[in-house]
Design a protein around this ligand. Structure first.
Ligand code: HEM
Length: 414
């Protein structure tokens, strides 16, 4: 696997099917043999895999930049390969980045996020009501995919009856290989056009609800935020918040179905849920890795990195590092401490982490309350063929003893 010319080189591609199938083993080998390794994939980049190195690099945002344009070079940013359009503010660096984060922070604080809990629980129960009487559902299509979309439409002020369009497209984009994406990308661009038009409408005629209305009325450095930038922020909340949460919810529910004693432990001890959520987030690490660009010569674990070089920070490998976690390859529901890197580290740490925890916790809690004996058909369940963007499931059919609806409410637009 490893060859040494002037620099430690490996054959590594986080988008490859091999990585999707053997990510834990590949990450373990990298950490053991070549913790700062160069690969030629996607034009060449370094991959950093040990916990301490990942954390140090993520905290050092002056040397490890997130910008879409760094020193006049673009496209760069936080994905390898780069995304077609910059995402704001995740692909910005200080000082320009800071006013955007300051503007967004209050809407994602622990207190503000908690206020959304009743709405999230409402949508979870409405989703479960649609399937509870028939005794079968798909963990992804009927629950883990709709809930983040329903919440986000309300949170942003997007038309709630379009939740399915947003949810389906985000999910399809993530699991469809790039060479088959033409039709999805066309549909996605159409939807983006609608969101863009809505931003313009709200600027002229605010409804007074949802984050979009706040953004079109806000100022940065004394000037209104242009529609393109507002769109980019809205798109980031959708792209960052949807399939990440969907993926970890599906993974956790499937694991609980496969480990009935642990599921029963969670049913009998509701207080265990908060540590269990952290452990699911650590173990399944929905967003496996994100990129940075080196701005100054820097040494990581004795390896010299040069300005302009691209670096992949593997949150997933950091979360599996045996020097940071005891028995990292086991899911230990009461693991403590659990300083995982799943939401990132440093100035770009996930804005939506509090919301994600509420969504994940509520979905698990309500499934355990309302369909405690659910069984997943693992033969029919399908994992993502590539986990370079998100580590998740395309779908996961399940059956359970039917129960009673809580209300007759239908999902919006159905
Ligand atoms: C389990 C679910 C989630 C995971 C694993 C996750 C993961 C991450 C990670 C790793 C970052 C850091 C990016 C970096 O360092 O470059 C991040 C940033 C971000 N996340 Fe999340 N996320 C999740 C849910 C959400 C939700 C629900 C929202 C919105 C409602 C959200 C919105 C954002 C935003 C806006 C940023 C950019 C922050 C910045 O650049 O300052 N995320 N997320």
């Amino acid at each position: 696997m490893t060859t040494f010319d002037t620099r430690p080189t490996v054959d590594f591609d986080h988008h490859s099917p091999e990585y999707a199938q053997n990510s834990h083993a590949i990450n373990a080998e990298l950490r053991a043999k070549c913790p700062v390794a160069h690969t030629d994939a996607h034009g060449g980049f370094w991959v950093i895999t040990r916990y301490d190195d990942v954390v140090a690099a993520a905290k050092n945002d002056e040397v490890f930049a997130s910008g879409y344009t760094v020193n006049g070079v673009s496209p760069l940013g936080v994905t390898i390969p780069p995304s077609p359009v910059p995402m704001c503010p995740i692909e910005m660096d200080p000082p320009d980045y800071l006013p955007y984060r300051k503007l967004l922070n209050p809407f994602f604080s622990p207190g503000e996020s908690k206020k959304w809990e009743p709405r999230i629980r409402h949508w979870v129960d409405v989703c479960l009501d649609q399937v509870i009487e028939k005794g079968s559902f798909d963990l992804v299509d009927d629950l883990a995919n709709p809930v983040p979309s329903l919440f986000t439409c309300e949170f942003l002020g997007l038309p709630i009856e379009r939740w399915d369009d947003f949810a389906s497209i985000q999910h399809e984009i993530i699991y469809t290989p790039p060479e088959q994406q033409e039709d999805i990308l066309r549909r996605y661009m159409e939807l983006c056009g609608e969101v863009f038009a809505l931003i313009g409408e709200r600027r002229n005629n605010p409804k007074g609800e949802g984050l979009i209305d706040v953004l079109v009325q806000a100022e940065i450095d004394g000037k209104p935020i242009p529609d393109e930038t507002v769109f980019s922020m809205v798109n980031l909340v959708i792209a960052g918040g949807f399939d990440t949460t969907t993926a970890v919810t599906a993974s956790a529910l499937i694991w609980l179905a496969e480990h009935p004693a642990e599921r029963q432990r969670l049913i009998d001890n509701p207080d265990l849920l908060s540590s269990a959520l952290e452990e699911f987030l650590r173990y399944f690490t929905p967003q496996q890795a994100l990129a940075r660009t080196v701005t100054k010569p820097v040494s990581v674990a004795g390896v010299q990195l040069q300005p302009g070089e691209r670096v992949l920070l593997s949150w997933a490998s950091a979360n599996q590092d045996e020097n940071a976690f005891e028995r990292p390859d086991e899911i230990i529901l009461d693991r403590f401490p659990n300083r995982h890197t799943t939401f990132g580290i440093g100035i770009h740490r996930c804005l939506g982490s509090h919301i994600a925890r509420i969504e994940l916790g509520t979905m698990i809690r309500r499934v355990l309350d309302r369909m405690p004996d659910y069984r997943v058909d693992l033969e029919a369940a399908r994992r993502y063929p590539s986990i370079g963007i998100i580590n998740g499931w395309i779908n996961a059919p399940a059956t359970f003893t039917p129960g009673r609806r809580l209300s007759d409410e239908k999902l919006p637009g159905t």
